[in-house]
Each structure stands twice: as C-alpha cells, then as structure tokens.
Design a protein around this ligand. Sequence first.
Ligand code: PEP
Length: 251
Amino acid sequence: MRRPMVAGNWKMHGTCASVAELVQGLAKMAIPEGVDVAVFPTSLHIGLVLDHLKGRSILVGAQNCAHEAGQGALTGEVSPTQLQDAGCKLVLVGHSERRQIMGEGNEVLNRKFAAAQVVGLTPILCVGETLEQREAGKTLEVVGQQLDSIIEELGIDAFVNAVIAYEPVWAIGTGLTASPEQAQEVHAAIRAQLAKKNSEVAQGVRLLYGGSVKAANAVELFSMPDIDGGLIGGASLNADEFGAIIRAAGN
Ligand code: PEP
C-alpha cells in the first residue's frame, strides 16, 4: 500500500513575511493520518520554514540542488549535503521550468538525482511532455525517455527511495489540467516501464500528478489507481486551498 503524498512547490514566491504567514497557516492544519505532506520553499526560506514547522509532520524540501553531493567551489549553488544539513528531506529534480528555462538536460539531472541520494535526500523526479509533443502523439515516448535516462544511468534501484511526478508542461500554471484518465494513462505507463525492470520497485514507487491541481479537481485525480498524490504549484501558496487538497489525498 503506497502512502499518498501532497507536495507544495512554492517556486520563486514569497517574502520572509508572506512565507511566515503561509507556514503559520500550515502549522495549524490537521494532516490526515497516512498522508505525507511536503513543502518546497526557495532555498532562502528553508530555515525559516523549518523553524515554524518544528514538531509538525510536514516535510521540507528544496526545489533544486547542485550536481555534486558535497561542498565546494560552485558559486550560486546549494549542495545536497547543505540541504540535508539544514533539515531538508526531499529535493525536486527536473522540474519543467528547470528543464526548459534553465536548460537542464538529462545528463545533469541524472547527476543531481544521484547526488541527492548520496546524502539521503529523496529526489522527486519531474517528467512531462509539452503541448506540441502531446499533440504529436509523443507523450509516452517523451516521458519514457526522461525516465529511462535515470534507469540506464543509475539502475532501477534508484527508484526505491525516490518519487516521480508526472507534470504535463501544458498544464503547469495554465489552469489546464490533464483529465484523470489522461493522467492515469501516463502514470500506468510509467509504472509498467519500471515493472519491466523490477515489479516490486514499480509497485512501491509513488507517482504524483502535477499541473493545475486545485481542491476542486484533486479528489477525482487522486482516485485514479496509479495516482498517489500531487505536486502542487499555485494552489499550495494558499494554506486553506492546500489543506483541502491534502484532505482529498486522505480520502
Ligand atoms: C508545478 O509547478 O509543479 C505545478 C504543478 O504548478 P501548478 O500547480 O501551478 O500548475
């Protein structure tokens, strides 16, 4: 039985004051039994968020990490070791904004994924197709290649301590959501691809859906058999809305 997870990606949002307010709202929330909740503030706000969430069962993660596990001469980067030392448990790897805007390709993402695991952080690997790719009928091929890159480089066991988020690029921040059936089709394909290498790993790995998830569509999405929760962007910036999505995962 996989534990559902709801993760909030705050992207490049927030000031010290607004983050403190958001996190105070989260700290008051009752988390349904059996649901893992995580938030991903900017690296600058990780300490502040951890302070406010002390004693609460909400995990904190980073939105990105360096491709080297340890410390060193790498201006502007934050290493997995430093994130782990600060109290992070998870890190996003390969969010489409980093793939597309920052130009991160599979090679560097494989290294980030591996570096995170070296220090015990759980990577959430984000995969997904653009609208053009979906319209060309290439969704499963594109997602399959993004996944294969990790499997070929690091082996199937890399997914024993990892989470995968399917995030169609056309649904991120656009208000367009994949239908539960569209999302389920891709999630089932991801699990089948992993199962070809190791069915136990495939059955155990959590697959989150991301792309304009809100309280209004979460129940339907989370009721699909291969959707184990969500990676939430915009809606995670509102404690009440995020709370409602978390409750949907607990149903
Ligand atoms: C995201 O950025 O991971 C995301 C899913 O964003 P949104 O929920 O705003 O579409």
